[in-house]
Design a protein around this ligand. Structure first.
Ligand code: AKB
Length: 316
């Protein structure tokens, strides 16, 4: 197998996807790239890449004879709403350049879409795989356009592009940063340290979520799936749970009985969340490539608290 290049390798997903890919394919087979430099000595090849500079991507692809690009570098929803012009340049410009390099050097591409690709007019319960997509955020606009652009490169140029519509991702290694679903990570850190969390989304805000081990497994499974079994290419709906802040707090309280949640709603992030689905229909991913997440709310919460309990010191 030819080497894999990962963009945005120091972000929330890259931090855990890169080691998983290295475990599967060997440390030298995965080239981690990011705009930032890694804080510690990397465990395999690392290159500085700004994804808005096509020559920087193609230089690394040529140097390592890369066969697939997992393109994770992007701005998340709340940050993209704060800096819409920059979000367009980074999210669309980066993806376009990755696809152009993939076309020229015959690479496969993984591109994450998001529940943010949906909007107010989308059916919000059991949101189908194929449905109305009229998002009202810049993040959503770049995600829908990205799904279409990946489909276009597959049809027009034969680029083997594949992707998932990711829900909020919960993890304990690297923080997300700039997303609407970030509360579902912050809450665990604050619960372990202070037994108290002030949530920026309202108590009944129901959104899809997935634990990082299931996310990493889903990305690898989709990229290894037989193309003949895929009825869709890009943007498979995936999710492992559909939860509210109140339900998550109640689950945490089973482990930390005196945990308290209160609310100070951020109108921008609340408006974004209110435009997203409350639960996704993931049946197409199940049928096409046997998507089967292992962690539900209870299993994810128990593991998050155990892992963070080892890493964080409770405040006195
Ligand atoms: C965000 O909140 O922006 C992301 C996402 C759901 O795409 N986590």
């Amino acid at each position: 197998m030819k080497p894999i290049l990962v963009t945005g390798a120091l972000g929330q997903i890259g931090t855990e996807l890169v080691p998983a890919l290295r475990e599967r394919h060997g440390p030298e087979a995965v080239i981690a790239t990011d705009l930032r430099m890694p804080p510690d000595a990397p465990e395999g090849p690392f290159a500085h890449v700004d994804v808005t500079r096509q020559n920087q991507i193609s230089e690394v692809v040529r140097r390592y004879d890369v066969g697939s690009i997992y393109h994770l570098a992007a701005l998340l929803s709340a940050l993209a709403e704060d800096k819409p012009q920059f979000a367009w340049d980074l999210n669309m410009g980066g993806l376009y350049r990755v696809l152009e390099v993939a076309r020229q050097y015959d690479c496969a591409v993984f591109n994450p879409s998001s529940i943010g690709a949906f909007g107010h007019t989308t059916p919000r319960e059991r949101t189908p795989q194929d449905t109305i997509q009229r998002p009202s955020t810049m993040y959503g606009v770049t995600k829908v356009a990205g799904e279409l652009l990946c489909d276009y490169y597959a049809q027009r140029f034969g680029v083997d592009s594949r992707g998932l519509r990711l829900p909020g991702i919960i993890s304990y290694v690297a923080p997300p940063g700039g997303g609407t679903t970030d509360y579902a990570v912050d809450i665990f850190h604050q619960a372990v340290r202070y037994r108290h969390y002030t949530c920026f989304l309202g108590p009944e805000t129901r959104l899809d979520m997935m634990y990082m081990p299931d996310t990493v497994a889903a990305i690898m499974q989709l990229m290894e799936a037989d193309a003949n079994n895929l009825s869709h290419r890009n943007a498979f709906n995936v999710s492992a749970m559909s939860i509210t802040p109140e339900e998550l707090a109640a689950e945490i309280r089973k482990h930390i009985p005196d945990f308290v949640i209160d609310y100070d709603i951020d109108p921008v992030r609340q408006a974004i969340a209110d435009s997203w689905p409350r639960s996704l229909d993931v049946s197409v991913a199940r049928a096409d490539w046997e998507f089967e997440p292992r962690y539900d709310l209870a299993a994810m919460t128990a593991d998050m608290l155990e892992q963070l309990g080892r890493r964080l010191t409770p405040a006195k």
